[in-house]
Design a binder for this molecule. Structure first.
Ligand SMILES: Nc1ncnc2c1ncn2[C@@H]1O[C@H](COP(=O)(O)OP(=O)(O)OP(=O)(O)O)[C@@H](O)[C@H]1O
Length: 679
């Protein structure tokens, strides 16, 4: 091919060369394929050719008698039906049959596209094939890899699933994101250098070199990758382990026609390397349609056809419903199989007739036979079994990386995402300095007399309030905002819940030590608190403990909330009782007996007592007016006014350490429960 023949649409975008189409059959064997209007695309269209799948690792994925039911009954309707419905009505109310007795086979080297009108059951089927159905869904039937029945954990470790919605930590760059993925997804025996080499390779394979150091982007806040680049990054993440089986849900949704073509070309190219690729596609253009090796047409949860586009053409011709000339076959089939409102009865009749015909057709029967083929009929069944055992069935754990490797990677990413928000770090520091200066100047130079006692006790309680609100609200969004990403990555077998929780919380510890220290260092001497240096250091320790108890409580609220707005709404009312039991607004001895248990969880109470003991313990002489009766003459009297006991100082310290651990553990178990609930 000479330069004049190059199609600028592709070559000008850095995707390499596109051959003008010659003979289709010869190009197939040489690793290239025809794209209508664009000619034949060779593997050089991508940065570098994709890594081929070794023959012994290629996968024929089959599914037999797949039925999917949804439990649609609400608690109210169930209760109503228990008293007033017949048995049949109750069954119908409980279960909706979404996918009906579906069989199918996808072979290595094939790009199989699942098509159908909206609501036909494409996503439901794909979720059933990938063991990712939602909670109210039950699936029956077998799913086999080379004839071996496969389970969720084994399938997760040998396949990849590119979901419709891309989810990333938007502040990371493409390279950082892929490095993290390589650290937790690739085999535990690989060295760091080998992982990084694979990252480089995948960046080139997916033509991401141009944007490798670009931030991925946060919608509405940080401009980053284009939609097409984000989709290629999703593919790149899945390609790191070079899986033999790929599932993609609506990979072209939200992309323009050029980007959609680009994405399907990637899928096609993956299939060329020996992968088995199964995807759902919504309304493909005729260019995309021509690139599918196999079609699976769905209607009303049934299969209307499974075979090559040419076979589909013949099948519908034989049904006396041929696709008109110059018509996009995908549009035609989707319209033919759609249930049109106001004409539902006859549409359903036509759909059922087509599905029945397909089941009785030679193609349909062949698929049914092949999908029910079990171990023994496959040449390499023993190898497959060994390979499946080696990948995960034998180990039971879905995780590729060891606990330590997962922890290191999650900690690194969490730390990186904090550093990537320098503005936030600066604002938090500035806020701390500003509040400390304001308090320092308002309460400047307190004298130890009757008024001074009141002011000092007041400002010490303000320390606690400020540290609490500042720190609770600094972390309240940590888990609630990242929950969908965490659940997806956790389900993908990337890291454990405890690793994620520890990694996230440990990465933030430096801030919750450093900022309280900055705060107290500025205002302590400005206010004129107890001037003995050891007392200053003890006060530093107490504020760090208070800040961390509040932080732990913030994590608990964050894990309890399903969204940031919910966390922000429930945060203040939950803090209020703990604040009231702090001993400043309500004397400790006046707490109602039925609330006493709650006061044991109040870090305000322990922090206030510890700070006051530290401040007043050694004060033997407080200046009092001769006539004043209520003036405390020394520190012991001040503490007695609040019913605080000097002997309780260490108890307060231990209680705060205990609360830090208790709230964190509670937060972790809430997060753990969410991961189980979501499965
Ligand atoms: N968890 C569920 N509970 C109850 N019904 C469900 C559930 N998931 C899907 N359905 C129903 O199953 C049918 C098929 O839904 P599905 O999402 O698979 O369709 P689809 O072909 O992927 O459509 P689209 O192209 O619009 O995404 C729909 O009628 C939908 O309402």
């Amino acid at each position: 091919m000479n330069n004049e023949e190059k199609i600028p649409l592709f070559s000008s975008n850095g995707y390499g060369d596109v051959d003008q189409g010659n003979d289709n059959s010869s190009s197939e064997s040489s690793g290239s394929f025809r794209v209508p209007f664009y000619g034949t695309v060779t593997s050089s269209q991508f940065g570098i050719p994709l890594r081929p799948i070794p023959v012994e690792e290629r996968i024929t994925y089959s599914w037999n008698s797949i039925n999917v039911f949804a439990d649609t009954a609400t608690a109210e309707s169930r209760n109503f039906c228990l008293c007033c419905c017949s048995n049949g009505e109750y069954e119908n109310l409980q279960k909706k049959h979404l996918v009906k007795n579906v069989n199918g086979v996808a072979r290595p080297g094939e790009l199989l596209a699942i098509l159908g009108s909206s609501g036909a059951g494409k996503t439901t089927l794909l979720n059933a094939l990938t063991f990712r159905s939602s909670k109210n869904i039950s699936v029956t039937g077998t799913r086999c890899v080379n004839g071996n029945p496969v389970h969720s954990t084994a399938l997760t470790s040998i396949s990849a699933y590119v979901q419709q919605a891309d989810m990333f930590i938007g502040t990371l760059t493409v390279r950082e994101h892929l490095t993290f993925q390589a650290l937790v997804r690739m085999d535990r025996h690989l060295k760091y250098d080998q992982r990084i080499a694979r990252v480089e390779e995948v960046i080139s394979e997916m033509s991401l070199n141009k944007c490798e150091n670009t931030c991925i982007g946060v919608p509405g806040r940080l401009k980053g990758l284009s939609g097409g680049e984000q989709k290629r990054l999703s593919f790149a993440s899945e390609m790191l382990t070079n899986p033999s089986l790929m599932f993609c849900d609506e990979p072209t949704s939200g992309l323009d026609s050029f980007m959609a073509l680009n994405v399907v070309q990637i899928l096609k190219q993956m299939a060329h390397t020996g992968k088995t690729v199964i995807c759902t596609i919504h309304q493909p253009s005729s260019e995309l349609y021509a690139m599918f090796d196999k079609l699976l047409l769905m209607a009303e949860g049934r299969i209307a056809f499974l075979g090559t586009p040419e076979e589909a053409d013949i099948f519908f011709r034989e049904l006396d419903a041929p696709c008109p000339k110059n018509y996009n076959p995908a549009d035609y089939f989707i319209q033919l199989l759609a249930i049109v409102p106001d004409n539902e009865e006859s549409c359903r009749h036509a759909v059922n007739m087509i599905c029945d015909k397909y089941e009785r057709s030679l193609t349909g029967m062949e698929v049914t036979l092949e999908s029910s083929t079990k171990v023994g009929d496959f040449l390499k069944n023993t190898e497959t079994e060994l390979w499946l055992n080696g990948t995960s069935n034998g180990r039971k754990s879905p995780y590729k990386a060891s606990w330590c490797a997962q922890f290191r990677a999650v900690l690194w990413r969490s730390w990186l995402s904090i550093l990537k928000e320098p503005l936030l770090v600066r604002v938090r520091l500035l806020q701390t300095i500003l509040v400390s200066l304001i308090l320092g100047s308002i309460y400047y130079g307190q004298v130890v007399n009757q008024d001074g006692v009141m002011n000092i006790n007041g400002v010490l309680f303000i320390f606690l309030t400020n540290l609490t609100f500042q720190n609770v609200f600094a972390v309240i969004n940590v888990f609630s905002a990242e929950l969908p990403l965490f659940l997806r990555e956790h389900k993908n077998g990337m890291y454990r819940t405890d690793v994620y929780f520890l990694g996230k919380t440990i990465a933030e510890i430096p801030f919750f030590v450093f900022l309280p220290l900055v705060f107290i260092s500025i205002c302590y001497f400005l206010i004129g608190l107890n001037s003995e240096m050891p007392r200053f250091f003890v006060a530093c320790g107490i504020v760090v403990l208070v800040a961390n108890a509040a932080t732990s409580f913030g994590y608990l609220i964050s894990c309890l909330s399903s969204s940031v707005s919910m966390a922000l709404s429930i945060g203040p009312p939950l803090i209020m009782p703990f604040l009231l039991f702090g001993g400043f607004f309500l004397n400790i001895d006046s707490i109602p007996i039925y609330f006493e248990w709650l006061s044991y969880f109040s870090w305000f109470k322990y922090g206030n007592e510890a700070l006051l003991i530290n401040q007043w313990q050694n004060m033997t002489d407080i200046q009092c007016d001769e006539n004043s009766r209520n003036c405390p003459r020394n520190g012991h009297v001040v503490l007695e006014m609040y019913n605080f006991k000097e002997d309780d100082f260490f108890l307060d310290i231990y209680a705060m350490v205990g609360l830090i651990l208790f709230f964190r553990l509670a937060a972790f178990f809430v997060l753990l429960r969410r991961t189980y609930k979501d499965q």
